[in-house]
Design a protein around this ligand. Structure first.
Ligand code: DX5
Ligand code: ZN
Length: 210
């Protein structure tokens, strides 16, 4: 069964608390989207202080949609989050980001935008815990699912069958099954969950539908 991970992309601490409380009874982990207005044309909460003040049992993964993640990662590694994702398109210092994370017990994953080929991360694949495939252009809830990523994931899974795969963006009851078939283990899900009438039921339905 795939892991369903709700995504939290918010501009205020109040919205963060509200979303944390809404999913807390239903999942073990959330995905916190951090956008800097530079790498993507949207801005979220800064994030690290907000999560340090949270009182929750949820595990937190952080998706750094920020330019030059090497300048951010060290501060993030001090927070209670235990999983980090950075973009290959955002840095020339990917090795530095990975090395910083590897000095800790946290998981590190590298993200690829829909049009970025796997060849861009080839030398790094062995060093990361998972690969995060964007299935929308990053930055917002409700982006359009980019169908061609399914083939990219299938190819990747053929060459790297043991490397865990996460997808993020436009995940619905329609797109999830083909991604699972392509080899995906972790589904990051935004609008499908937040627009559902019953979050618990929506998550269960996605788990069993794929
Ligand atoms: C998009 C973010 C995603 C987003 C997913 O840039 O990285 O995590 O919140 O939301 P949906 O599922 O609405 O595409
Ligand atoms: Zn995300």
């Amino acid at each position: 069964m795939p892991e369903i991970i709700p995504s939290i992309l918010v501009k205020t601490k109040e919205e963060l608390l509200q979303k944390i409380m809404a999913v807390e009874p239903h999942v073990e982990r959330v995905h916190l989207d951090i956008a800097d207005g530079i790498f993507v044309p949207n801005m979220t909460i800064i994030g690290f202080e907000e999560i340090e003040e949270l009182d929750t049992n949820l595990k937190i993964g952080v998706h750094l949609m920020v330019s030059k993640p090497e300048n951010h990662i060290v501060r993030w590694l001090e927070t209670p989050a235990d999983k980090f994702i950075f973009h290959i398109e955002a840095t020339t210092k990917a090795q530095e980001v990975i090395d910083a994370a590897k000095e800790t017990d946290n998981a590190i994953g590298i993200a690829l935008n829909p049009q970025t080929p796997v060849s861009k991360i080839e030398p790094l694949i062995d060093q990361v815990d998972f690969v995060h495939f964007m299935t929308v252009e990053p930055g917002f809830y409700g982006g359009e699912f980019v169908e061609s990523v399914v083939e990219k994931i299938k190819d990747f899974h053929y060459y790297y069958p043991d490397k865990p795969i996460e997808v993020d963006g436009g995940i619905t009851l329609e797109t999830a099954p083909k991604l699972i078939e392509a080899g995906v283990e972790m589904l990051v899900v935004g609008s499908y969950i937040w627009e559902s009438e019953d979050i618990g039921k929506a998550i269960e339905k996605m788990k069993t539908h794929v």
